[in-house]
Design a binder for this molecule. Structure first.
Ligand SMILES: [Zn+2]
Ligand SMILES: [Zn+2]
Length: 202
């Protein structure tokens, strides 16, 4: 499902059979009601074939697999010629960095006017921004539960512990329910207020 080496997810594509996409190619994420252990998210992703497709991702695959915490990817260690497991090593490294105060993902919460850590399961909508190779991400704050939209590099989304030093923030307080957020996100994404403010995350 998630491949640590390429930091990408595998999904079914009706054209290519299988698609490998990074998190920044997701377009929407929504937790399915009912399933709790594990929680399951329905996502839409922008496929290499040009279309958007639906897919299912577990909570662990979203938040923990990129940190190597659920990963049991086996590889051959060239020094010892033994088959070893990447997951344990990456997981130890991620745990050490989090303990040292580094966050794998972060965003700027506009209603609270401060940076916050977040996990990918807090990302609700993602879309290419109008400027350069950046994306707009709607994040539901784990603390105040309000939605903020940040404009960030793809690496900020795709690679754990890679955080932009500055992010663009949309100066808009978004509604609570998803259909409203979707409408407002589309409206704000290509408006001139997008990218209007730059804020430092650190
Ligand atoms: Zn496709
Ligand atoms: Zn907040």
């Amino acid at each position: 499902m998630y491949d640590t080496l390429t930091t990408s997810y595998s999904f079914a594509c009706p054209v290519h059979g299988e698609a490998h996409v990074r998190l920044s190619r997701f377009r929407s994420l929504q937790q399915l009601p009912g399933a709790e252990h594990p929680a399951v998210f329905r996502v839409e992703f922008s496929c290499g074939c040009g279309a958007d497709h639906p897919g299912l991702v577990t909570h662990d695959d979203l938040d923990l697999a990129p940190l190597g915490l659920t990963d049991d990817t086996a590889y051959v260690n060239l020094m010892t010629s033994r088959v070893e497991h990447l997951g344990a090593e990456l997981g130890d490294l991620a745990a050490a960095r989090i303990k040292a105060g580094e966050w794998p993902w972060s965003f700027f919460c506009w209603p609270e006017d401060r940076p916050r850590p977040a996990y990918p399961s807090s990302f609700t909508l993602i879309a290419p921004a109008s400027s350069g190779d950046r994306v707009g991400v709607a994040v539901r704050c784990p603390v105040c539960h309000r939605v903020s939209v940040n404009v960030v590099s793809r690496a900020h989304v795709d690679v754990p512990f890679v955080n932009d030093r500055e992010v663009g923030v949309v100066e808009h307080v978004f509604g609570h329910d998803l259909p409203t957020v979707v409408d407002e996100f589309r409206a704000e994404l290509y408006s001139s207020s997008f990218d209007a403010r730059r804020l430092t995350l650190e």
